[in-house]
Design a binder for this molecule. Structure first.
Ligand code: RIB
Length: 315
């Protein structure tokens, strides 16, 4: 792990992220409301979120050179999001501003145990079209790794994956939120990383036991993905590329809020993949995801490389 942390500190990785940017309206609640129930919440916070933006910000904090292609509204939240990207060291010339749509918004409940439930209104995220990504083709040539999720229009996600693969980048797809992926796109995916819900959505089976995880991963590889990383929450993750298959246990932490833990994990994976061993890359990703659970909010919870290094040296 020492060698990996040294490489991550000294050899900057260039990552192209295509994805969503949202403003998260987060209500802390004593428990999830029941249907038809009017429940009193504990607090309301407005934080930066969106799966794409969370991963872009996590990567920037971990030291990567990030190019983020996204779309925000021409409203106060769009302006605030762009300023936030600048503050995080992410250039904003690749961020489109939608003419009519409002910025993407997520309504989130977080209960006392840190579990969440999320409703996303895509807004401007759905104004990012394939042609907008194709216009930014030049930046793909300078990247090492490409990372996307499924929160944009599927045609935009698909065009991005093809562009990235053709430009020779390692393509990583975070399969959240649960959406269909065309069978023509799977062969362009080097690593697909769904969580438990997304795995069940994609292959029709819950990754509960060791055997289930193997079956789910095999199904995803049969669809065409080269390798599979199943995110299993507190249990850790499961990796398979057909030859190698193994679990990496999660770390024990005090969970405050699990929102964006998966985004943190995938960002960690994109940074550490292909540097030393697969096992270490997954341990690093687990650590980034675990640390994100110890703090409230999506982007506010993303750790820096030095925080992850300290955590990994302590355990
Ligand atoms: O993965 C967490 C994210 O999902 C939140 O930040 C929210 O915006 C939704 O996109």
């Amino acid at each position: 792990m020492k060698e990996l942390l040294n490489i991550l500190k000294n050899q900057q990785r260039s990552v192209v992220v295509v994805g969503s940017a949202n403003v998260d309206m987060v209500a802390k609640v004593p428990r999830m409301p029941k249907e038809g129930e009017s429940l009193r919440g504990d607090s309301l916070s407005v934080v930066f979120g969106g799966k794409g933006a969370n991963q872009a910000v996590a990567l920037a904090r971990l030291g990567a050179k990030v190019r983020f292609i996204a779309c925000v509204g021409k409203d106060q939240y769009g302006k605030a999001m762009k300023q936030n990207f600048k503050n995080e060291g992410i250039p904003t010339h690749t961020i489109k501003e939608a003419v009519d749509s409002l910025s993407g918004t997520a309504l989130i409940f977080v209960d006392k145990t840190g579990k969440n439930s999320i409703v996303v209104i895509p807004g401007a995220n759905h104004d990012l079209k394939p042609k907008d990504v194709i216009q930014q083709k030049g930046i793909f040539k300078k990247g090492d790794v490409f990372l996307t999720q499924l929160e944009l229009l599927s045609e935009t996600v698909e065009a991005s994956i093809i562009l990235a693969k053709e430009a020779g980048l390692i393509t990583i797809v975070d399969a959240g939120p649960p959406r269909k992926i065309s069978k023509y796109i799977f062969p362009y995916i080097d690593i697909i990383s769904p969580n438990e819900t997304e795995t069940e959505f994609l292959v029709g089976k819950k990754p509960e036991t060791k055997k289930d995880c193997q079956v789910c991963a095999e199904k995803l590889m049969k669809m065409g993905a080269r390798a599979v990383v199943l995110k299993l929450g507190a249990r850790g993750c499961f990796y398979s590329d057909g030859e190698k298959k193994f679990f990496i246990n999660g770390y024990k932490i005090n969970t405050v809020d699990t929102t964006a833990a998966g985004d943190a994990f995938t960002a960690g994976l994109a940074l550490a993949w292909g540097r030393t061993s697969i096992e270490e890359a997954l341990q690093f990703a687990n650590a980034v995801g675990a640390l994100a659970c110890t703090r409230f909010g999506a982007q506010p919870s993303m750790p820096t490389l030095s925080e992850v290094s300290t955590f990994l040296k302590q355990i």
